[in-house]
Write a protein that binds this ligand. Structure first.
Ligand code: GLU
Length: 448
């Protein structure tokens, strides 16, 4: 094994040893540092400054108790997290995830990915992530409000528009951001718009923030297809999930002339050959907060498949937009054999390492989440920009900025993959671009 490769492997083993049991964090670290060998060779000063070792260690990790009372008066206890991973490029920035599966290792994997993703956007934002094992599903608005107030009562002391700026993620949308912002304002006696993003446009939120992650991931797919002289027009697509990312990925695919034949939630898959009716999906998910199975009760030509994999449905473009590790090697093989030519990740780390290998070996255009879904956080940075100047931009202007940013991220990843002799390897391109931007600042700042 060449020297640098050995060094990188040692760093990974150290991460595993020092963070026992945090499998998703190990996976995210491995995926990045496996591609960094050529960078260390080209820029030996990164190794001298132990940049990789430092990047793998969060600057600060906060874990706290979140007590609250449900509607029946029963006391509930959840755990809150905020992992402030890296702040050399700007204040910690990244979402909050409320989901029963959340563990420290989950937040660390998300925070680690966020550092590179945020660097890729070219905006002045560091990386962090937070959340809780609280499950908002089935909870009333009043319960969600009490939980959010308790969560923010502890978290507020660690935040600030120049310090740490959370946003949404799975289980955290405009409703939760509203309750969190209200409590932050009350605790601090400050109307500090830029302390949270993903706010409602009625009180400081950016237009397009809701749409941005899904739209951005579709723009990235379109850019990848362009490198082959192709486009989304006329393509059959499958988008997993039915949350914020999936809904707006579907919307943008439809605008660009593609047909989305399937989407999903944890209860099953909806297959609608003539194309998903977006208004129905939005009504079910955004207004009524119901399960996706209801869709088939409304559209009788659609099929609800309660078990089985969405990736068995033939498509040319796949957009995993639900959650981590939702697409494994078997699913990837199925997609390839069904004629899939492009995969753009709306979710964070939705494809397993084996799945990624299958796509890369089969010549599928494959965009990792940290590049493809960066439009969400990039638009959060645009929201911070508007808040800092007490401005509010139009939908058209903001969407144009998002589009430009996604084109630029694609260009940087593509050109870097070519520079390192692996043209079209977006995993390598994204990791190297993000890493170099963070590493340069870390070296410049000295040992901090
Ligand atoms: N949670 C989103 C992500 O994974 C957005 C974070 C943000 O807007 O700060 O990038």
């Amino acid at each position: 094994m060449p020297d640098v490769q050995k060094k990188v492997e040692e760093i990974y083993q150290q991460v595993v040893r020092r963070n026992p049991g945090e499998l998703e964090f190990h996976q995210a670290v491995k995926e990045v540092i496996d591609t960094l060998g050529p960078v260390l060779k080209k820029y030996p000063h990164y190794a001298e400054h132990k940049v990789i070792e430092r990047i793998c260690e969060p600057e600060r990790q906060i874990i706290f108790r979140v007590p609250w009372q449900d509607d029946s008066g029963e006391v509930q206890i959840n755990r809150g997290f905020r992992v402030q991973f890296n702040s050399v490029l700007g204040p910690y920035k990244g979402g909050l995830r409320f989901h029963p599966s959340v563990l420290l290792g989950t937040i660390k994997f998300l925070g680690f990915e966020q550092v590179f993703k945020n660097a890729l956007t070219g905006m002045p934002i560091g990386g962090g992530k937070g959340g809780s094992d609280f499950d908002p599903k089935g909870r009333t608005d009043a319960e969600v409000m009490r939980f959010c107030q308790s969560f923010m009562t502890e978290l507020h002391r660690h935040l600030g528009e120049h310090t740490d700026v959370p946003a949404g993620d799975i289980g955290v949308g405009a409703r939760e951001i509203g309750y969190l912002f209200g409590q932050y304002k009350r605790m601090t006696n400050r109307y500090e718009s830029g302390v949270l993003t993903g706010k409602s446009p009625h009180w400081g939120g950016a237009l397009v923030r809701r749409e941005a992650t899904g739209y951005g991931a579709v723009y990235f797919a379109e850019e990848m297809l362009k490198t082959k002289g192709d486009s989304l027009a006329g393509k059959v697509c499958v988008v997993s999930g039915a949350g914020n990312v999936a809904i707006y990925a579907i919307e943008k695919i439809q605008q660009l002339g593609g047909t989305v034949v399937a989407c999903s939630d944890s209860g099953g898959v909806i297959y609608h050959e003539r194309g998903i009716e977006l208004d129905t999906l939005k009504q079910i998910k955004e207004v009524e907060r119901k399960r996706i199975s209801v869709y088939a009760d409304i559209h009788h030509d659609a099929k609800f498949i309660p078990s089985g994999s969405i990736w068995d449905i033939p498509c040319q473009v796949a957009m995993p937009s639900a959650t981590q590790n939702e697409l494994d090697g078997t699913a990837a093989k199925k997609l390839v054999s069904n004629g899939c030519i492009a995969v753009s990740e709306g979710a964070n780390m939705p494809t397993t390492p084996e799945g990624v290998r299958v796509f890369q070996e089969s010549g599928v255009l494959y965009a990792p989440g940290k590049a493809a879904n960066a439009g969400g956080v990039a638009t959060s940075a645009l929201e911070m920009q508007q808040n800092a100047t007490r401005d509010a931009w139009s939908f058209e202007h903001t969407e144009r900025r998002l589009h430009e940013i996604m084109i630029e991220i694609h260009r940087a990843c593509y050109e870097t993959s070519a520079e390192f002799g692996a043209t079209g390897n977006y995993v390598l391109g994204a990791n190297i671009v993000g890493f170099k931007r963070v590493a340069e600042a870390m070296v410049a700042f000295g040992l901090i």
